[in-house]
Design a protein around this ligand. Structure first.
Ligand code: RB5
Length: 150
């Protein structure tokens, strides 16, 4: 897993349904020299995903972190929570094409994955792709600027 666009510090969080996957993705990123801040959860005990979604999305929204990763069972709940925050563009990418396009066209700053949807190897590949794919800017930036009017 290489990393090309300067975002070397990443905040990651999950609920109990994706705890195992979070550990796998965290280790993979750390092995590649990225600094990972783990916002929890730290066990497989049942918990409420909005609490972790808020912790991660809040820090991306404020600019403290350029990029974040959120995981839950489907990825749906974490996406819904994260996208309530200004300046957060959280993309649920349980496939590679979405991961590429969420970066190229949407400049997604939070990757969301469903730990009960994707296998470990696919998740690693989606994460690697998402970290390495640049935003294309241009007409896509103009469209993202329109978000601020909402
Ligand atoms: C937990 O059972 C599950 O609801 C959660 O992980 C997530 O999939 C919510 O969207």
């Amino acid at each position: 897993m290489t990393e090309t666009s300067g975002h070397r510090k990443i905040i990651i969080g999950c609920d109990h349904a994706a705890y195992r996957l979070k550990e796998i993705l965290k280790n993979a990123m750390e092995e590649k020299g990225l600094t990972i801040i783990d916002a929890g959860t730290y066990t497989e005990a049942s918990m409420d995903y909005p609490d972790i979604g808020k912790a991660v999305a809040g820090k991306v929204s404020s600019g403290e972190f350029e990029r974040g990763v959120l995981l839950c069972g489907t990825g749906l709940g974490m996406s819904m929570v994260a996208n309530k925050y200004p300046h957060v563009r959280a993309a649920l990418c349980n496939d590679l094409f979405s991961a590429v396009m969420s970066r190229r066209h949407n400049n997604a700053n939070i990757l969301v994955l469903g730990g009960r949807v994707v296998g470990d190897i696919l998740a690693l590949e989606i994460l690697r792709t998402w970290l390495e794919t640049p935003f294309e800017g241009g007409r896509h930036q103009k469209r993202l600027d329109l978000f601020d009017e909402i």
